[in-house]
Design a protein around this ligand. Sequence first.
Ligand code: HEC
Length: 147
Amino acid sequence: MKYLLCLISLAFVLSCNSNTKDNAKQEEKSEMKVYDMYEPSEMAILMNEFYAINEKIKADILAGNTPEEFPLDFMKIHRAELSDFKKRNAKFEAFSKLYIEAEKEVFNTESSFPVEERFNNAIGVCISCHQTECTGPIPRIKKLLIK
Ligand code: HEC
């Protein structure tokens, strides 16, 4: 059922495309087209914000800085409205919580794990949730990982 929904969403909003062979190509298409075709959902806008914030955190880490202030915007994942055809289900809620916990670890200055590892772990949760919901943006999200 979920795959069906994802496919429907592919037809309507190119941003939420499913696991087809040419994900990369569709990803490009979605980036170009989504805004002039449809009003993105609150969640879609938030996700793009998350992407941008994480790009900054990554740059900060690579520059040798220690991320110190947890961006409260991340908490909006619990409230933002999804596209009409999608529902918040138990899995979504569970992954949202996991994501917030993983992101908080990035800002835990007492942690004994390297910050690169904690950051990649948080991005890993983005990817895990997308594997259950919408696989389309995964190639793009993977670019956030610190190699
Ligand atoms: C709890 C599950 C979950 C987590 C965690 C999650 N996402 Fe998403 N993401 C979604 C869903 C569901 C959508 C589709 C939203 C909609 O259409 O309303 C989405 C959409 C997106 C989109 C497409 C937005 C658009 O323009 O349509 C991008 C990019 C994205 N997410 C990136 C990320 C990044 C980066 C992270 C981690 C920082 C992340 N996501 C974490 C579930 C998640």
